[in-house]
Unconditional design. Sequence first.
Length: 64
Amino acid sequence: MFGRITFNPNVMGGRACIRGMRITVSLVVNLVANGMAPDEIVQEYPDLEREDIREALSYASARQ
């Protein structure tokens, strides 16, 4: 269901990350919550894709 969300105890202490990168779901959610548009986020973090942002938000919502 969340194929882009990964967990690895050796990466960011096992927190939910995007595709094994050192970019956490919580970072992405916080960027959106603070008003950054997906295009701005991708520009700041070029390893991210728009689908990563969508899935991070969906994952965070499902965890509620």
